[in-house]
Ligand binder design. Structure first.
Ligand code: IPE
Ligand code: IPE
Ligand code: MG
Length: 251
């Protein structure tokens, strides 16, 4: 069934695209927290804290517009290069976030997942996230993935190593390895590739995010810093996505 427009009674926002043009999977690079804080004369970590409310707002918007998968770049394998105090603060946020918002996420039928090298996170982050993953595993609404200690090249190398191990153990034959088999070794196994990437904060690069999965993704960039990003800009991205013609190499 084709629904022409989605209008929401309880919101001032309305979205001018048909429901079948809503991206199934949206990936976001939530950038600009540090600059947001520095502009206000506050320490960078204040920006990361403020960014948590944007996460909540955008998750709610994703639920509202029936996005199926939302994958948020939360901490990259390269972010370990930052000063230890900043890294420590960022890695405490998942626990703080889930402590406050897990009941809300449950009530919205959100299912939480992770991509990245979770094993090498501090125990407090890893355990908080694993608890939330277990707690929400039977939900069947929005799939919300946190990319935590995620690096795209590391993901591909890891996949390759596991694949070689399976070939060595004769669980798999080299002749049978195709794109689908390979995708099955990535953190995103079972998920559709992102239809839309949103990057806030003005930079126009991927920063090692989902290099394999982005082969045919539509990109949308904004200068708005993540703590200032709102449903309004989210809708703008959805509307622009709705106008794009995806050809996948065809005509
Ligand atoms: C993005 O904001 C959040 C993380 C990388 C964890 P930044 O901290 O990169 O903010 P800017 O880019 O320095 O403003
Ligand atoms: C990308 O932002 C990582 C996250 C948002 C978690 P960065 O701020 O780390 O990216 P670069 O360093 O500007 O490329
Ligand atoms: Mg940044």
């Amino acid at each position: 069934m084709k629904i022409p427009f989605i209008h929401h009674k309880h919101s001032e926002e309305s979205i001018h695209i048909s429901e079948d043009h809503i991206p199934e999977h949206i990936a976001i690079i939530m950038d600009g927290n540090g600059r947001w804080a520095q502009k206000r004369g506050m320490p960078r970590v204040a920006g990361h804290k403020e960014g948590m409310s944007t996460v909540v707002n955008i998750v709610k918007a994703a639920v509202k517009y029936k996005v199926k998968v939302l994958t948020l770049y939360t901490f990259s394998t390269e972010n370990w290069k930052r000063p230890k105090t900043e890294v420590d603060t960022i890695l405490k946020l998942p626990k703080q976030f889930l402590h406050i918002y897990l009941p809300d996420l449950m009530a919205n039928n959100v299912r939480i997942g992770t991509i990245g090298d979770i094993e090498h996170l501090p125990a407090h982050s890893r355990e908080a996230v694993q608890y939330a993953v277990n707690r929400t595993r039977d939900n069947n609404g929005l799939q919300l993935n946190f990319a935590l200690n995620y690096g795209g090249r590391q993901e591909i190398l890891n996949a390759m190593k596991e694949l070689f191990a399976d070939i060595n153990d004769a669980k798999l034959s080299l002749d049978d390895v195709d794109e689908q088999t390979f995708s099955g070794y990535l953190y995103t196994t079972g998920l559709p590739d992102p239809d839309l990437l949103i990057r806030t904060g003005g930079e126009k690069r991927l920063s090692n995010y989902l290099p394999w999965q982005f082969a045919y993704t539509e990109f949308w960039f904004t200068d708005v810093l993540w703590p200032d990003f709102s449903e309004k800009e989210f809708i703008q991205a959805l509307e622009e996505y709705g106008q794009r013609k995806r050809r996948f190499g065809g005509l």
